[in-house]
Design a binder for this molecule. Structure first.
Ligand code: NAD
Ligand code: ZN
Length: 246
């Protein structure tokens, strides 16, 4: 489906007239960089489902298996590049007085594309966290030397990501909620809008008067609540949508 030009013009006008814009991204924005999404076509890793590996219980049961999966994901992401969708959002930061980029992704492709102000709701693949002393370190080795990796204190290290069943970092979530409450435009890009609490942010924005704009090649539960829903791929469509004139 080709997005209507009238809708593109309208959204561009909203964006150029706004002081505060928030963007929520999900796995879909990295799909065109070759990083598989969780839900939807193609996403299995060996015989395991991500939902069964990304849990504290899975890590307690078999830390090596969980780490093999994360090591595989880190290796894939390290070989990938940010795509034009990530880059268009990094550019948008220069046009909007206050842009808040909220991401559910852990791949680090937004920062590699040049975005600066990022709220990472689900942590980061490149941070390792000690299950004993709590120490956090950035580590970009691919593959890791030792699986599962250990801290200097001897305890196991875990990926610095938020697993299913774990709480999101309180301060980050608070900042994301504030951004949703105060944004004049709220863009939702490449998320199935199913994983809470991230999925509620567009509804918060809407309740506080923001224009909600969705970009996703498939309809989601959010689509009918959005002011405009573009059925399009982020890497193809965002560079066009975010080409703003002043
Ligand atoms: P999801 O896998 O549930 O949904 C992905 C969405 O992206 C789908 O709605 C799909 O239609 C859409 N999509 C596919 N291709 C697209 C494209 N080219 N452009 C725009 N949209 C496209 O992902 P989610 O909603 O982010 O939730 C899954 C959870 O999994 C998150 O918590 C996230 O942390 C994690 N995750 C992260 C990564 C990553 O860091 N890249 C990858 C997979 C999963
Ligand atoms: Zn330690």
């Amino acid at each position: 489906m080709i997005p209507a030009v009238a809708d593109i013009d309208t959204v561009q006008r909203w964006l150029t007239e706004s002081q505060r814009v928030a963007v929520l991204t999900g796995a879909g924005i990295s799909a065109e960089s070759g990083i598989p999404v969780f839900r939807g076509a193609g996403g299995l890793w060996q015989q395991h489902r991500p939902e069964e590996l990304a849990t504290p219980e899975a890590f307690a049961r078999d830390p090596r298996l969980v780490w093999e999966w994360y090591d595989w994901r880190r290796t894939r992401v390290a070989a990938a590049e940010p795509n034009p969708g990530h880059r268009a959002l990094a550019q948008l930061e220069r046009h909007v007085p206050e842009l808040t980029l909220i991401t559910q992704n852990v791949d680090g492709l937004h920062e590699r594309a040049g975005s600066r102000r990022i709220l990472r709701l689900h942590g980061d693949l490149w941070t390792l966290q000690c299950t004993g002393c709590g120490r956090q370190d950035r580590n970009t080795d691919v593959p890791l030397n030792e699986l599962p990796p250990r801290c200097r204190c001897g305890a196991l290290l875990r990926p610095g990501v938020v697993w299913f069943g774990e709480a999101l970092p309180v301060e980050v979530l608070q900042q994301a909620s504030t951004a949703a409450e105060t944004a004049q435009v709220f863009l939702v890009v490449g998320t199935s809008a199913l994983v809470q609490p991230a999925a509620s942010l567009p509804f918060t924005a809407r309740a506080h008067g923001a224009h909600v704009v969705e970009i996703n090649p498939e309809k989601t539960t959010l689509s009918r609540y959005a002011d405009v829903s573009f059925l399009a791929r982020a890497g193809e469509f965002l560079p066009r949508l975010l080409q703003l004139r002043h």
